[in-house]
Design a protein around this ligand. Structure first.
Ligand SMILES: Nc1ncnc2c1ncn2[C@@H]1O[C@H](COP(=O)(O)OP(=O)(O)OP(=O)(O)O)[C@@H](O)[C@H]1O
Length: 368
């Protein structure tokens, strides 16, 4: 449905500042009906990608296709304007007109756009879009007399009223308070999924991306670090950036000492400051190479006795009771490991703890 190939964008230097290489060869594809998140820290280039898709920004090179039509092709000077691309957009600010009613706000693209519709059809379509976001009874209300969540739904209704083939959402939940954000997360996903519209969603919030997206592109400094389902990027991060940006992790530096194959599995042994770590997770790191071992805090469990491999003994140096679980810090030599434990289990500070971790829950990635 959407195919982006190798787009680059450098913003020209402003007075007293250097040029900014905002996108460094970004490529990805989004299938029809997918809910796709662009996730990354502030300034990584998410908005530049979204605006390039929308036709509000012009990349320096690369191609963008929507459906089977190129909307941007730097080499062949193809550039369709934003209105020619027939997309729906919801911005952070919602961009709702305060002097208009809810109905008129939603009707705006049908009344003022390129593709104007007869009055009766406008009414039908606007009421259908308002029904989708459960705001039919608010049609005559002035937009400022709405709560934040309702304004957000007006913005969604306006973006879907002309049945766009692609919906672009730029941090649409960031202006809502925490509780409303939790409700709207699910609601927004249900609305776009029920319509079957392909959606690109920009966020810097990993919880939002994990909870809403079918697939996530994790971006750092203008480059895509990894694309995958929420569980792919969480359980099989490709590098330390992804492991630390998406959820928390212990990152332990080491060197692969051997690779053994048995029973259809590949076992890597890694020498690290906390002892040998064994991993059966998929990895490209070869024997003799430096590596990072990535272990999620909840992959550890406290282990009383026995066992030989992937057992790490240390002192409990910190624990924070968080209700559902205890966040614990365990010093193994000079390395501080973070683990989460059952909140019913109380352990005195300073106790010796033996941690264990299954082989398939240690992810090995290249050290750089
Ligand atoms: N018009 C511009 N002129 C110069 N530099 C820009 C311009 N727009 C963006 N940049 C720079 O390009 C980089 C990428 O910006 P972009 O807005 O795409 O990031 P982002 O990931 O969306 O950030 P945020 O989450 O803070 O909105 C940043 O370093 C930003 O300062």
């Amino acid at each position: 449905m959407l195919a982006i190939e190798h787009i680059e964008k450098t913003y020209a230097a402003r007075k007293g500042s250097h040029p900014v290489r905002a996108l460094r060869g970004v490529s990805f594809e989004v299938a029809r009906g997918d809910f796709f998140a662009l996730l990354g820290p502030s300034g990584c280039g998410k908005t530049t990608i979204l605006q390039s898709i929308a036709g509000l920004e012009t990349p320096d090179s690369g191609t963008i296709r929507i459906g089977d039509r190129p909307v941007f092709d730097a080499a062949n000077s193809v550039f369709l304007t934003a209105s020619q691309r027939m997309l729906g957009m919801v911005f952070q600010s919602y961009a709702i007109w305060p002097h208009m009613t809810v109905f008129d706000n939603v009707a705006f693209p049908l009344v003022h756009g390129r593709d104007r519709k007869p009055r009766e059809e406008v009414r039908k379509r606007v009421m259908a879009a308002l029904a989708r976001v459960k705001l039919e009874s608010f049609a005559d209300r002035l937009a400022p007399h709405l709560s934040g969540g309702q304004q957000q739904r007006v913005a969604i209704a306006r973006a879907i009223v002309h049945e766009p083939r692609l919906l672009l959402l730029d941090e649409p939940l960031s202006n809502l308070d925490a509780r409303l954000r939790d409700t709207m997360r699910e609601e927004l996903r249900q609305i776009v999924k029920s319509l079957g519209i392909t959606t690109i969603f920009v966020t810097h919030d990993q919880v939002e991306a994990m909870g809403m997206a079918d697939r996530i592109a994790v971006i750092n400094q203008g480059e895509i670090m990894q694309i995958g389902s929420p569980s792919d990027v969480y359980f099989s991060p490709r590098n330390a950036f992804v492991a630390n940006f998406v959820g928390r992790s212990n990152t332990i530096t080491g060197k692969v000492t051997s690779i053994e194959r048995s029973g259809g599995q590949t076992l890597r042994r890694v020498a690290t400051p906390i002892g040998e770590i064994c991993s059966t997770a998929d990895s490209e790191v070869k024997a003799g190479e430096k590596a990072l071992c990535i272990i999620r805090p909840q992959a550890f469990s406290a282990f009383a006795a026995g066992g030989e491999e992937n057992i790490f003994e240390g002192a409990l140096t910190g624990q924070t009771f968080l209700g559902d679980f205890i966040d614990a810090t365990i010093a193994v030599g000079d390395t501080q490991l973070c683990a989460v434990f059952n909140s019913y289990d109380k352990t005195p500070p300073g106790s010796t703890i033996r941690l264990t971790v299954p082989f398939d829950r240690c992810v090995i990635v290249p050290a750089d």
